[in-house]
Write a protein that binds this ligand. Structure first.
Ligand SMILES: Cc1cc2nc3c(=O)[nH]c(=O)nc-3n(C[C@H](O)[C@H](O)[C@H](O)COP(=O)(O)O)c2cc1C
Length: 409
């Protein structure tokens, strides 16, 4: 029976010193043209003492023309090399592994930053924040695969011990996997094998470009919770294939911009079984865990030592993934390991405005503000201040979205 303080050895030989993973949170600290800043470095210096043995960074883009939000890092920007080295070094003193999360948003690149998003097929997102996408050509698909591999190779060079592919939340890897979003009739769509090909080739290309001990993790959805889309059965099949390929760590999450079940924890959180067990995707984890050997992280809903310890003890997970509690407590990992009764104070944040709440804008904005405060050495706030954080962050995004477009023009 594993406990939170036990180490975990991955296939790569990497030993993680405990079972707590700080899940990815977009730091929103990059410049409009995707440059890493010194705030990224100071944030991870603080989080290196958080008690988590593994920190997944906020998503970094493999193509600066296709961002999921303004203020995200462009992983392939030549000028980022120096600060990426410093960022990677922040974990060394505490033996904390840092894996940048690599992403291409596909059609989930909002019109605020992108007038010409791409996707496997021309299936628009039902949300007026996005311009309808055009379908990628085969040459463009190959180029994106190369970009993932090139980014991973550069990040390894910078000193990071692994990367995580963002295959969850409806971005491009998820779009290829989903029969709803992927209607292609060439070798990249149709059958399960064809829909899986994109992520498989990204994985193989990264392996070919990186060293033996380098870790490749992936975050996938347990389901897209969308009719005709990526189902739980698809997800289990994907996990089995990734396991066979040799992926080092699989993180389970759920939802997308069209259906943000993860961020709101909507359907899952309503279930009586979920309320009792804290995390949203544990039932799914139990099913998939029996069928794979790759260690499993479940993220979404964990708030207490007790909840995480129980999930580990049940054998459903190998590691607890936690995001929002780390944004309001830069030592959350240490607190849960040291105190079996510790509970994070985070609570749902709502504005009362339906459209804002449906996309969890308040929630994301509030935590984004707290992350910025940690990066500047300021005390985090303890309670949300009406709609103000959302408006402030939205204004910053809008202003920088314009700057992103100017830079890219
Ligand atoms: C401010 C913020 C930014 C996020 N950015 C990312 C991201 O870049 N990549 C990602 O995979 N998930 C991202 N997430 C989702 C979290 O990783 C996590 O899956 C979700 O918050 C549920 O976990 P929690 O209940 O522990 O917060 C973000 C969440 C928040 C609150």
């Amino acid at each position: 029976m594993a406990t939170l303080g036990d180490s975990l050895t991955l296939r790569s030989g990497t030993v993680l010193r405990n079972r707590i993973c700080k899940a990815s949170m977009n730091e929103a600290l990059a410049t409009a043209d995707g440059k890493v800043t010194t705030e990224h470095v100071s944030l991870y210096e603080a989080w290196a003492n958080s008690g988590a043995s593994l920190m997944i960074t906020g998503n970094m883009m493999v193509d600066g023309k296709h961002m999921n939000e303004p203020l995200v890092v462009d992983a392939l920007l030549e000028s980022n090399t120096g600060l990426l080295r410093k960022w990677a070094a922040t974990g060394k003193a505490t033996n904390t592994h840092i894996w940048p999360q690599l992403n291409h948003p596909g059609k989930q690149s909002p019109k605020m930053v992108n007038d010409a998003p791409v996707a496997p097929s021309v299936v628009p997102i039902e949300n007026d924040l996005f311009v309808p996408p055009r379908a990628l050509t085969e040459a463009e698909i190959e180029d994106i695969i190369d970009r993932f591999a090139e980014a991973a190779a550069r990040l390894e060079e910078a000193g990071f011990t692994g990367v995580q592919l963002h295959g969850a939340h409806g971005y491009l890897i998820g779009q290829f996997l989903s029969p709803h979003h992927n209607r292609r009739t060439d070798k990249w769509g149709g059958s399960f094998d064809n829909r899986f090909r994109f992520v498989e080739e990204i994985y193989n290309s990264i392996r070919a470009r990186t060293g033996d001990g380098f870790n490749i993790g992936i975050k996938i959805n347990s389901s897209d919770f969308q009719k005709g889309g990526f189902t739980e059965e698809d997800s289990i099949e994907v996990a089995k294939r990734l396991d066979k390929l040799g992926v080092d760590l699989i993180e389970i999450s759920g939802g997308s911009w069209e259906n943000p079940v993860n961020r709101k924890g909507k359907a899952e959180a309503k279930k009586e079984s979920t309320r009792k067990r804290e995390a949203y995707f544990l039932e799914y984890a139990e099913k998939v865990k029996k069928q794979i050997e790759t260690p499993l992280v479940v993220t979404g809903g964990f708030r207490s030592s007790e909840g995480m310890s129980q999930a580990l003890a049940s054998g459903a997970i190998d590691m607890a993934g936690v995001a929002r509690p780390f944004a309001v407590d830069a030592k959350f990992g240490t607190h849960v390991i040291r105190n079996p009764k510790h509970v994070s104070p985070v609570a749902p944040i709502r504005s009362g405005i339906k459209k804002i709440d449906a996309m969890a804008i308040m929630e994301i904005s509030w935590y984004t503000m707290q992350i910025e405060r940690i990066s500047r050495g300021k005390k985090v706030q303890t309670k949300a201040d009406g709609v103000w954080p959302a408006l402030k962050v939205m204004y910053r995004f809008w202003k920088n979205g314009k700057a992103v477009k100017r830079v890219r023009a």
